[in-house]
Design a protein around this ligand. Structure first.
Ligand code: F0G
Length: 456
């Protein structure tokens, strides 16, 4: 079957174009694998009219503010509210939205004390409709899938993308196909995809194997691919940065720190920062840093061992299963935004991730393990002097605490590191553990427990 075009008949394509990130080829349409027909590299979305007639920064800011008073579906969405900097829809009814975005920016006073960085904030993307940052990208990409006339959408996933895709497909009246690595994604993410009606295939491979297969599948079958290779996804994910800067009254923080897996999110946030700088929405760039799990550190090695020139892939292994990725698709985009913003790339151990997750949890916020790499990474960046203690820092928490209850239960019960290389180092985390206590149902037993807890 010849590759079907992903261009949408109902969309005025003149508003945006696809550009190859390697050879710069410009095109109005993209094939289903979203790869450059000339060199095979990834595409990004470009808005040619911004060069001739850039939208005025003050107008954008006041339009976005005004839309917060509106009750229309696209204005209630924390993604489509910023639609002036997204691929255009002919009308708002075309959007498939679950009122994504609109996520809070929290202060983290206890983590601020731990790190010695008083101005420390968390942008909690885990409070999106399906519990992760993926919803911001999915609303845009699913909308364009439907506009292009697709009945089926598909993704490879470590869990969150599949949960999000299944939900948006269901809302948009499309069928969804999920490819996930068998036994390597959390039950809670898997259960979301099932409940939202996806056809869910647990493949005997890892995430990288699932993604490879999907790339071949979309060239053979009329399914629309919704991985972050799809540049519409990254356009939606840009809005995290727009919303963050609005919450900070357009005063850029010194640092934004994100977890790195397939590297779509860091690329999207970086693109948004560069666009905001170019359009005059902000006067200086925050440094965007990416943190990976030590066992899934392809970007760290790509920068360290190959100077960012070629991908050094790894056989990924980490309990932060969301970022258990060894062959990240968007590595070139991520290298570009790290260089353009002057950010750093670091890795953290499994024990450091568990400790940081418990410390974020103790703030009453909570996140999934992959999100906690940001706090663990910040500690390292402070030690290295890359982050100064008088600077402001925003951690992007990408997923909800409830996304991986097994990790949390094993940590608090003291089982997480049993028989692993981290076992002895994890003893230092005992004071953070709060195992459930089984008691006889008597007042005395409960009062005794309360007294013991008061002493500890
Ligand atoms: N944090 C969480 C909670 C994630 O689910 C992911 C990626 C990341 C961070 C990394 O983001 O890939 O853009 O660098 N999850 C994907 C998935 C791969 O299939 O759900 P990235």
């Amino acid at each position: 079957m010849p590759p079907l075009s992903t261009s949408a008949p109902g969309v005025r394509q003149t508003k945006f174009r696809f550009r190859c990130i390697a050879c710069g080829d410009l095109s109005d349409t993209a094939s289903q694998d979203f790869r450059c027909p000339h060199c095979g590299d990834l595409l990004e979305i470009l808005y040619p009219q911004w060069k001739e007639a850039p939208p005025a920064a003050q107008d954008l800011k006041s339009t976005w503010r005004q839309r917060r008073l509106s009750q229309s579906a696209v204005d209630l969405s924390g993604v489509w509210r910023f639609r002036d900097l997204l691929p255009a829809l002919e009308n708002g009814d075309q959007a498939i939205t679950l009122r994504e975005g609109n996520t809070p920016l929290y202060e983290l006073p206890q983590c601020a004390r731990i790190t010695g960085v008083p101005r420390l904030f968390a942008k909690h993307q885990g409070l999106n409709p399906t519990g992760s940052f993926k919803d911001a990208g999915m609303t845009v990409a699913a909308t364009f899938a439907r506009l292009a006339g697709f009945r089926w959408v598909a993704c490879a996933s470590t869990g969150n993308t599949s949960a999000s895709m299944a939900a948006y497909a269901a809302r948009g009246g499309m069928r969804s196909l999920v490819l996930v690595p068998e036994g390597k994604i959390s039950w809670s993410k898997l259960s979301q995809a099932l409940d939202y009606g996806a056809v869910t295939c647990q493949l005997r491979t890892d995430f990288d194997g699932c993604l490879r297969l999907l790339q071949e599948l979309v060239l053979r079958a009329p399914v629309y691919q919704l991985n972050s290779i799809n540049p519409f996804r990254l356009e939606g994910q840009k809005t995290l940065a727009f919303e963050l800067l609005e919450q900070l009254d357009w005063q850029p923080p010194d640092h934004i720190i994100v977890p790195g897996g397939n590297l779509g999110n860091s690329s999207a946030i970086g693109k948004a920062l560069l666009e905001m700088r170019d359009l005059g929405l902000i006067s200086r760039l925050p440094k965007l840093s990416v943190i990976q799990a030590e066992g899934a550190n392809a970007l760290v090695r790509t920068l360290r061992d190959a100077d960012g020139k070629r991908l050094v892939s790894v056989q990924a292994e980490t309990r932060a299963t969301a970022i258990r990725i060894g062959n990240p698709a968007s590595w070139k985009k991520a290298v570009h935004v790290l260089e353009a913003t002057g950010g750093a790339c670091e890795q953290v151990t499994e024990v450091e991730i568990a400790q940081a997750k418990a410390q974020i949890g103790a703030e009453g916020i909570g996140c999934e393990p992959a999100s906690a790499v940001t706090l663990a990474g910040l500690k390292k960046l402070v030690k290295q002097g890359f982050v100064k203690q008088d600077e402001s820092v925003v951690l992007v928490l990408t997923g909800n605490l409830l996304k991986d209850p097994d990790f949390t239960m094993e940590f608090h019960r003291g089982d997480l590191f049993k028989g692993t290389p981290g076992e002895s180092a994890s003893a230092a985390l005992n004071s953070l553990r709060r195992p459930p206590i089984v008691l006889d149902a008597t007042l005395d037993a409960v009062i005794h427990t309360l007294e013991q807890a008061e002493k500890s």
